[in-house]
Design a protein around this ligand. Structure first.
Ligand SMILES: [Zn+2]
Length: 288
């Protein structure tokens, strides 16, 4: 009987070694859910998509799983598998309504009618879907420019009073033209140049499925293929492309899905940034 008892203890240890942890049990629409597992975990299935996990310096497997802004609130599950496809664990969490507001943007007819040139949409999409195995990013991220938010992530956009059916995939920060835009984290520049709608644009691959992008620059200061460190200048604030005034539009994506930069950096809405307004609590970074 003693031997059977020891075998049971061993079985319990083996099961515990294979377990995963979610940083949170509740995640807002547009946020990333951070999954940490034993090294044998290779992929995680969430919302009908399979996401790879990557082994980190501490030997654990990490997955940064995006919950798209349009995901209906409610209970969700994540199925974690080994490289051979064996189910390791199923975890549950709640998607919480982020209560994204509506926002109207006034644009001139010629600005509104700007359409991507042939190939631009495909190049931008290919960039966003980059998943490369090396991790360049470290936390905390820094904000690319100082300045309050004129438009947060996730707002349902209207152009000249008409619903576009789209939501805002990044944040807009108020900033004078010519101010340097700095990399919030290290990475490799994968796109740098002029595009019809985002104007002068830089796209950075931070590794392991995380990308960031910067639009409407007056000037681009980096070349494709360059390695950038946190704080390096990527370009300068401008109003190129579909833009009505100088500002920085920037965004983060995980595995091609736009995610809310406010989960990564503290930013205040311009209305709340006035001295009389009550300060908002600093949003916690992902996983905390
Ligand atoms: Zn924007």
């Amino acid at each position: 009987m003693l031997h059977a008892g020891i075998a049971l203890v061993h079985a319990a240890i083996a099961a515990a070694a294979g377990t995963c942890e979610l940083a949170r049990s509740q995640v807002r629409q547009g946020d990333v859910i951070r999954l940490t597992c034993d090294a044998q975990a290779s992929s995680a299935r969430l919302l009908d998509r399979e996401f790879p996990l990557f082994i980190q310096a501490d030997g654990k497997a990490l997955g940064m799983l995006p919950v798209a802004a349009g995901t209906p609130p409610g209970p969700r599950t994540i199925a974690v598998r080994t490289g051979e496809g064996r189910l390791l664990e199923t975890l549950s969490f709640q998607v919480v309504d982020a209560r994204f507001p509506e926002q109207n943007v006034t644009l001139s007819k010629s600005t509104l009618e700007l359409a991507p040139a042939p190939g631009e949409t495909e190049r931008l999409r290919a960039f966003r879907q980059l998943v490369t195995p090396e991790r360049f990013w470290t936390e905390p991220f820094i904000v690319p420019v100082p300045g309050c938010m004129t438009s947060p992530f996730g707002v349902k956009r209207m152009h000249n009073g008409k619903p576009t059916g789209n939501y805002h995939g990044g944040v807009d920060q108020r900033s004078p033209a010519g101010r340097p835009i700095r990399a919030p984290a290290a990475g490799i520049v994968r796109l740098a140049g002029m595009f019809t709608v985002p104007g002068n644009f830089v796209g950075i691959d931070h590794g392991q499925g995380l990308t960031s992008s910067y639009a409407h620059m007056s000037e681009v200061a980096v070349s494709e293929g360059a390695r950038v460190e946190q704080g390096d200048v990527l370009g300068y604030v401008g109003s190129t492309g579909r833009s009505s005034a100088p500002h920085l539009h920037w965004g983060l994506a995980a595995h091609g899905v736009n995610i809310n930069p406010l989960q990564w950096v503290p930013l205040k809405p311009c209305a709340a940034a006035k001295p009389a307004a009550k300060p908002k609590p600093r949003p916690s970074p992902p996983g905390r």
